[in-house]
Design a protein around this ligand. Structure first.
Ligand code: C2E
Ligand code: MG
Ligand code: MG
Ligand code: MG
Length: 284
């Protein structure tokens, strides 16, 4: 009896594995075709300058318009894209598309609108990465000073010396570099001070509602103050309420991003919001 049970559960397990594997294979195949079928789209989320009190830029966030499953968010497919070695190619497409889109906005007179894009580990570690960024800059003719590349601290920490060197090369191109999801990784403060990045983006998991724990508030305050003392510009992500916005503003945080300021939107909606925003458009 015991044996057959084992066998059954083995079979069951095996079937299950097959199922998961099959799903993965299908997803992988669909991903490979997605690029060709132009199913990837970019959504943009505003970042707000808390000192000038206006929109300062947008972050490009990829979506996959899947033929049967609808609009998928990055967490639903970037892992698989990474498994099948497609992520660098996707990031490259994102970079070129977002830069070209932003160049269009600059031409419309929104000269100082910044564009932030996310860089995966595979993309960052490519030997040709700096060259890729350079060719996207040249291709789009965008002003490098309006570009911010977001890497996570775990990517940066993988090989510190090499990362520092790469970040320096990127900065030589004139772009900014941000540490995304700051606070969730393993970097220590002593390591942080060695990274020549411009911006720290504090992870949403640190954002608290104002009724919340005093120690949470103390933590956010401390991170903001420490980052500013070290000379970084600070973005608080995941701002969902007016109270949170007021709180970080009082703590002299530089930039805010989150649903309270705006959800990620497709480019047509971005246009509507920009036109009615306080962003200073220059006549060109
Ligand atoms: P991220 O770079 O930290 O981007 C912020 C994420 O938080 C976005 O999720 C955004 O929709 C979400 N978010 C924004 N405001 C709020 C808020 O107020 N509350 C909450 N709870 N969430 C908020 P999304 O678009 O699902 O992207 C998830 C992650 O996927 C990104 O995190 C980024 O790491 C990655 N990602 C997105 N686009 C790309 C891309 O083109 N290339 C690469 N390599 N990674 C990307
Ligand atoms: Mg990001
Ligand atoms: Mg983040
Ligand atoms: Mg993230």
């Amino acid at each position: 009896r015991l044996k057959s049970e084992t066998r059954n559960s083995y079979l069951f397990f095996h079937d299950d594995m097959g199922d998961a594997l099959m799903k993965q294979l299908i997803l992988g195949n669909e991903l490979r075709q997605a690029q060709e079928k132009q199913e990837f789209v970019l959504y943009y989320q505003f970042q707000m300058d808390l000192i000038k009190n206006k929109i300062s830029g947008v972050e490009a966030l990829i979506r996959w318009n899947h033929p049967s499953k609808g609009l998928l968010t990055p967490n639903e497919f970037l892992g698989e894209a990474s498994e099948i070695g497609m992520i660098a190619e996707i990031d490259d497409w994102v970079m070129k598309s977002a830069f070209c889109e932003m160049k269009r906005w600059h031409k419309k007179g929104y000269l100082d609108l910044e564009i932030a894009i996310n860089i995966s580990k595979q993309q960052f570690e490519r030997a040709s990465f700096v060259e890729c960024v350079n060719s996207a800059l040249v291709f789009s003719q965008i002003n490098p000073a309006t570009v911010c590349l977001e890497i996570t601290e775990n990517i940066a920490l993988n090989d510190i010396e090499e990362s520092v060197e790469k970040i320096k090369q990127l900065k030589d191109l004139g772009v900014k570099v941000a540490l995304d999801d700051f606070g969730t990784g393993y970097s220590s403060l002593s390591q942080l001070k060695n990274f020549p990045v411009d911006v720290l983006k504090i992870d949403p998991s640190f954002m608290i509602d104002s009724s919340g724990d005093d120690r949470d508030a103390a933590l956010v305050k401390t991170i903001i103050h420490m980052a500013k003392l070290l000379g970084y510009a600070v973005v608080c992500e995941g701002i969902e309420t007016a109270d949170q916005l007021n709180f970080i503003r009082e703590e002299q945080c530089d930039y805010a991003q989150g649903y309270f300021i705006g959800r990620p939107v497709p480019v047509a909606q971005l246009e509507k919001i920009l036109v009615s925003s306080k962003l200073n458009r220059v006549n060109v």
